[in-house]
Each structure stands twice: as structure tokens, then as C-alpha cells.
Design a binder for this molecule. Structure first.
Ligand SMILES: Cc1cc2nc3c(=O)[nH]c(=O)nc-3n(C[C@H](O)[C@H](O)[C@H](O)COP(=O)(O)O)c2cc1C
Length: 230
């Protein structure tokens, strides 16, 4: 099969989505689509390089908001029916709401719109699916309470991106999730990514419900369910 696999900027179910993309790329031609936020968030969780390594060659390209500019020419392939399937996993509340209201001004929302025009089925994994609390994992964080405020912060010196602000925080706009800071700080002041509980907003749950009623879009609770379906 020829599959478009789109990531958006959600941390929730991101690692699981990367695992599914990796599995699919073993047997299928997979083009990767990244929203601008997906590019950033994949880096924060140290997953960007894994996704990029899946690409190379015709129909195995890496398409991003920045390399497609405003008109997203690559999504024309979807309206021409050149793909068998488009997958969006994980799908942020932002992307889901745009799709529900017919907005197509990002690479991923545009890909979904063009897939609809080309009668290409879209499988989506919206992160906001059930009301109430969910547990989700954060990117690495500095725990100032464990920081010894060393004269020379070894984590800051080790970080190749200059993302560590000593005795303060990690600048996530610079972090690429390489983990070198974590391994270098002997006081364990940089954690691996804590699990936190967040609460789904009614408006996002309502948008996911509307999404599920759109023709040619099928929603799944977990990226792994897509593998079973395929
Ligand atoms: C570390 C991190 C994790 C995030 N996780 C989520 C998430 O799980 N769900 C969500 O809807 N937005 C999440 N966001 C916010 C989105 O990235 C943001 O709304 C962005 O504008 C979405 O753009 P996109 O829909 O084009 O990818 C996260 C942001 C950061 C920095």
C-alpha cells in the first residue's frame, strides 16, 4: 500500500504513533507529513530522528509545513488518489477542530481535505476522545529542587543545542530530546519526562464526535488499532 502518515504536535500517543509508522514503513511506501508543531514536539520527545530515518525516495518523502510553503503542493497527490490511505496520529485538538470546521491551512489539515477530495480514506487518532482525566507523559524537565546550582553546569555545557538554562529550566524551543543533559547531571536534576494527569475539555470531545461523522474519516482510540485494521 501507499500510505501518508501525518503527525501533529501532540505529546500524547506520540511514541506509540512513531512505533506504528515504523512498522508500516517495513512493508509499505510511507510518506511522512509533519505539522510545524509536530516537528518541534517530536524533537522534544527525542523521536524526530526516528521519524526522519523512515524517509528517502519517491513516495517516502518527509513533507513539512516549512518545506511545502503555503499551498502544500504535495497534498495534490491525495486529491489525485495516489495514496491508498492517510493516517493522522496523534491528532491534536487544534487539528481536529480545524478539520471539523473545514479549515485546511496547515500541511496536515490540508492533507485531510485533499484526501477527502480524492476519496482516500483517512484514519485518525484524536487525543481528546473521552471526557475526564488522562495520563500523559511530558518531555524531559529540570527539577530545580534537585539542582545543586553548580558553578559550572555540566548539563548546560554538554547540551549541543544550548537549551539548558542552569538552575532554571530547559528551553524546549531548542531541545532536540537527545538526553545528553540527563546522563551528564550527577544529581539527577533532569528527569526523563514525568507522567501527569490532564483533563479533556468538552469542546474538544465534541469536535472529536463531529469528526467521527465525517465521510471518509474513521477514528481510532490507539495507533496500534490501526495496525490491526490494516
Ligand atoms: C510538549 C508538548 C506536548 C503537547 N501535547 C499536546 C497534546 O497531547 N494534545 C494537544 O492537543 N496539544 C498538545 N500540544 C499543543 C500543540 O502542539 C499545539 O496546540 C499546536 O498548535 C498544535 O498544532 P498542530 O495541530 O498543527 O500540530 C503540546 C505541546 C507541547 C509543547
Amino acid at each position: 500500500m501507499r500510505i501518508g502518515f501525518a503527525f501533529t504536535g501532540a505529546g500524547h500517543l506520540l511514541k506509540e504513533s512513531v512505533q506504528v509508522a515504523e512498522k508500516l514503513a517495513e512493508d509499505h511506501e510511507v510518506t511522512i507529513f509533519l505539522s510545524g508543531a509536530a516537528e518541534e514536539v517530536l524533537k522534544m520527545y527525542g523521536l524526530y530522528d526516528r521519524v526522519v530515518s523512515l524517509t528517502g525516495g519517491k513516495y517516502r518523502e518527509l513533507a513539512t509545513d516549512s518545506n511545502q510553503k503555503f499551498s502544500f503542493p504535495i497534498t495534490g497527490r491525495l486529491s489525485l488518489g495516489k495514496y491508498d490511505l492517510l493516517i493522522v496520529s496523534p491528532a491534536t485538538a487544534n487539528t481536529v477542530s480545524k478539520i471539523v470546521y473545514g479549515i485546511a491551512d496547515t500541511l496536515v489539515t490540508n492533507a485531510v481535505a485533499q484526501a477527502g477530495k480524492g476519496a482516500v480514506l483517512t484514519y485518525m487518532v484524536p487525543v481528546d476522545i473521552h471526557s475526564g482525566p488522562i495520563d500523559t507523559v511530558l518531555p524531559s524537565k529540570m527539577e530545580v529542587s534537585k539542582c545543586q546550582n553548580c558553578d559550572e553546569c555540566i548539563a548546560a555545557i554538554t547540551c549541543p543545542e544550548g537549551a539548558i538554562i542552569p538552575h532554571d529550566e530547559i528551553d524546549l524551543t531548542k531541545c532536540v530530546g537527545c538526553g545528553l543533559c540527563r546522563n551528564s547531571c550527577q544529581y539527577g536534576a533532569i528527569n526523563e519526562g514525568k507522567i501527569i494527569t490532564i483533563y479533556m475539555r468538552d469542546i474538544d470531545i465534541e469536535n472529536t464526535r463531529k469528526l467521527s461523522s465525517i465521510d471518509d474519516i474513521q477514528i481510532f482510540e490507539n495507533p496500534k488499532d490501526i495496525l490491526d485494521k490494516i
